[in-house]
Design a protein around this ligand. Structure first.
Ligand SMILES: [Zn+2]
Ligand SMILES: [Zn+2]
Length: 345
C-alpha cells in the first residue's frame, strides 16, 4: 500500500511539471493557474517554480495547506471513495509560511502532519535556505494538525539544532513535560520561546507576529490565532475557533479584526450544520461557512474579499471547485484559500 505522504509528494512533483507560478513582482497573490479549473470538474493544486523576481524584496506569506488537521483524505476514508483515485484533490493540513527575502529567512506557522512535503514546497517557492529549512515555527495550539509535525525535527528524522518554537505558556509546558516532545527539547532539536497574548514577536525585515488568544477546545493548551504584520500589509491567521459569538463574548468582533488586516485566513472547517451524519456537531464547535457568510454579508465587498477560507474538513463540500457550496462562497465575495497562494506583506 502506498503511503499517503508518498502519494502527496509524488503529486507535488508531478504538479510542478504541469504549471508554474511566477515570482509575482508587485502582484501579491499567485494568479489562478490553468490547472485551477475553478467551476470545472476537478481542481488541481498548482505547481511551483522558485521566484526569480529580484525586484520583489518585501516579505510575503505563502499558504502550505488548507485542510483540517487530518488532511484530505483522512484515515478511515473507505477504499471505494473516489478521492483515492484523485490525488489532485488531496489536501494537506492548514499551514502558512512567512518568507523574508532580504535575509533569506522563513518561518512556519504550524507544524502539521504534512510537514515533510510542506517544507519541500516552501523550498520550491522560497529557494534554498542557507541555514536550516526554517528559522522558527509558531504554533497555534495542541491539536493534532497543528504541532505533531515537530517530530520530523527530532532524533529519528532531521536531527535539527535549536529551531526556535514559539508557543503560548501551556503549549510550551505541554511540549517540555510530555514525551515524545520533551525529547525534542532535551536533545536541543527545538528551543522553546514563550508567547504572550497580544505581545508581538519581532522578526527580520520589520515583520511582527502577534498571538491573539481565542476560544476553542483547550484540553491541553491555549489556542491562538496570529496577526502577521509586514512593512506594508497585515494578515490574520485563525485556523481554529469556536463560534464567532464566543469571540464576541470575550470582547473581540471578527469585523473589527478584519478591519485591521489586509487578508484573513479563517476557520472554515464545516460548510453547514448536518455535514457529519451521526455526529453531534454542537460538540465540535467551529463557525460554519454559512454563518461566516451571513455574518459578513452586511460588510462592504472589499472587507469580504479579504477573507480566505482555511482548515476545511474532508467532509466540506466547498473543497470541490465545482460544488454549489463553492459557488455560494464566491457569490458571498469570499475565497477558499489555495495551496501555494502568496500575499505580500
Ligand atoms: Zn485544527
Ligand atoms: Zn483545534
Amino acid at each position: 500500500m502506498m503511503h499517503l505522504q508518498a502519494l502527496v509528494a509524488v503529486f507535488v512533483l508531478v504538479g510542478a511539471g504541469l504549471v508554474s507560478i511566477a515570482g509575482g513582482g508587485t502582484e501579491t497573490t499567485a494568479p489562478l493557474q490553468a490547472g485551477d479549473a475553478r467551476g470545472g470538474v476537478q481542481e488541481k493544486a498548482p505547481g511551483f517554480t522558485p521566484s526569480t523576481d529580484a525586484e520583489n524584496r518585501d516579505p510575503w506569506v505563502v499558504v502550505l495547506g488548507i485542510a483540517q488537521d487530518a488532511g484530505v483524505p483522512q484515515a478511515g476514508t473507505p477504499a471505494g471513495e473516489p478521492i483515492w483515485a484523485e490525488p489532485e484533490r488531496h489536501r494537506w493540513a492548514t499551514a502558512l509560511a512567512v518568507v523574508e527575502p532580504r535575509s533569506n529567512a522563513r518561518w512556519l506557522i504550524e507544524a502539521t502532519p504534512h510537514l515533510v512535503p510542506q517544507l519541500h514546497l516552501l523550498e520550491q517557492v522560497a529557494g534554498p535556505s542557507p541555514g536550516p529549512p526554517v528559522d522558527g515555527i509558531f504554533l497555534t495550539h495542541g491539536h493534532m494538525g497543528h504541532y505533531t509535525g515537530l517530530l520530523h525535527l527530532g532524533h529519528e528524522a532531521m536531527g535539527a539544532r535549536g529551531i526556535p518554537v514559539h508557543a503560548m505558556p501551556r503549549m510550551a509546558a505541554f511540549l517540555r513535560e510530555n514525551g515524545p516532545w520533551e525529547q525534542l527539547v532535551s536533545f536541543g532539536n527545538i528551543q522553546l520561546h514563550p508567547l504572550a497574548d497580544g505581545e508581538p514577536v519581532a522578526l527580520a525585515g520589520g515583520i511582527t507576529v502577534t498571538p491573539v488568544q481565542v476560544p476553542h477546545r483547550d484540553e491541553y493548551t491555549e489556542t491562538v490565532g496570529f496577526v502577521i504584520r509586514g512593512p506594508r500589509r497585515a494578515v490574520l491567521f485563525l485556523p481554529d475557533i469556536d463560534k464567532w459569538e464566543a469571540w464576541d463574548a470575550q470582547g473581540t468582533r471578527l469585523e473589527d479584526v478584519l478591519a485591521t488586516v489586509d487578508r484573513a485566513y479563517v476557520d472554515a472547517t464545516f460548510f453547514a450544520d448536518g455535514e457529519l451524519p451521526g455526529r453531534d456537531m454542537s460538540a465540535i464547535r467551529h463557525p460554519f461557512i454559512t454563518e461566516t457568510m451571513a455574518r459578513l454579508a452586511p460588510l462592504p465587498a472589499a472587507e469580504r474579499a479579504k477573507v480566505r477560507l482555511i482548515h476545511l474538513n474532508h467532509s466540506n463540500p466547498a473543497l470541490r471547485g465545482d460544488s454549489a457550496a463553492r459557488r455560494q462562497v464566491e457569490q458571498a465575495g469570499m475565497t477558499v484559500a489555495r495551496r501555494g497562494e502568496r500575499f505580500g506583506l
